[in-house]
Design a protein around this ligand. Structure first.
Ligand code: GUN
Length: 294
């Protein structure tokens, strides 16, 4: 069984990004600049945004963190995003999700200039991805692809089953896996809450991607021996034994499933680290598109 270690794979991606940024700086150019918008103080969002900003610093990217109050109106948030769109110094914009209930997430995502949409959530980015055109690939599916590439896990001709159809992970992952490129060319089944025979379908997967957000959902009897298992789950569970008061739990019962899989991502230390690597690659791409555009 290969442990698909996100630390190792993300280090390798980040190392090459750092070299690219060092070269830019050595040539007297400015670094790529990511703006992260955090509304309110959701604990998990705080943690994710902090690691995004920290990774920017480590790689030599510039970053700006914009903290906005929980009760900001939708119009005010749209104005803030438009201001970032106009800011020539900023290459990538991300608005951390989820947003407070009174704000329509689609309206905010659509307000982001598609050329700065490093999350790949804008309809233009999603449409281009679907058509196989160059675009920003949402960071988690992109990170999973980078992980497969790092460990040279072939997907061509395999049956890939994706559990979950979210716009952020499941849907774009299923599109990427089915497309005609390296680390694509799989036959893909997307499962969701209305899928009958879910266990049976999962059991027929050569590659199983669990992205439904239910801790420990995937059990041993749902996995074909020798399958590659990608766990996207990152649920916080109360745990008084842990110094932080919680632990991060994946969608896969790792202890049960790992012994029968050929390769598996741990949680934590798997896909989560790759998501940030994907975001950083998108930010460099946004910079390159903007600075080399005529
Ligand atoms: N919330 C959960 N995942 C993500 C992500 O990849 N980007 C943003 N902006 N918010 C998220």
């Amino acid at each position: 069984m290969i442990r698909l270690d996100g630390k190792i794979a993300s280090q390798s991606v980040k190392q090459s990004l750092k070299i690219e940024v060092d070269n830019l700086l050595a040539a007297g150019k400015r670094p790529p600049h990511l703006a992260a918008v955090l509304v309110g103080s959701n604990g998990a969002s705080e943690t994710y945004v902090a690691s995004k900003v920290k990774t920017c610093e480590a790689l030599g990217f510039a970053s700006t963190l914009i903290r906005l109050p929980e009760n900001i109106s939708q119009d005010e948030l749209v104005s803030k995003v438009q201001e970032l769109n106009r800011n020539e110094e900023i290459d990538g914009i991300l608005v951390q999700l989820p947003l407070p209930k009174h704000i329509n997430e689609s309206a905010i995502i659509e307000a982001i200039d598609a050329s700065k949409d490093v999350d790949g959530f804008h309809p233009i980015s999603a449409g281009r991805l679907t058509l196989g055109l160059p675009t920003f690939i949402p960071a988690t599916p992109y990170g999973i692809q980078l992980m497969l590439e790092h460990f040279q896990i072939s997907t061509s001709g395999k049956h890939a089953v994706v559990i979950g159809r979210s716009n952020i992970v499941g849907r774009p992952m299923s599109i990427l896996l089915s497309q005609n490129h390296a680390y694509g060319n799989a036959t893909v089944t997307v499962c969701h809450s209305k899928t009958p025979n879910l266990e049976e379908i999962c059991k027929s997967a050569d590659i199983l991607v669990a992205a439904l957000g239910k801790p420990g959902f995937v059990k041993k009897d749902m996995v074909k021996p020798g399958a590659v298992v990608i766990d996207v789950g990152i649920t916080r569970m109360d745990d008084s034994a842990h110094p932080k008061g919680y632990k991060i739990v994946g969608d896969v019962d790792f202890d049960e499933v790992a012994p029968i899989s050929s390769a598996i991502t741990p949680v934590p230390g798997g896909v989560g680290l790759m998501t940030i690597a994907g975001l950083m690659k998108n930010t460099l791409l946004a910079y390159q598109n903007r600075t080399t555009a005529s």
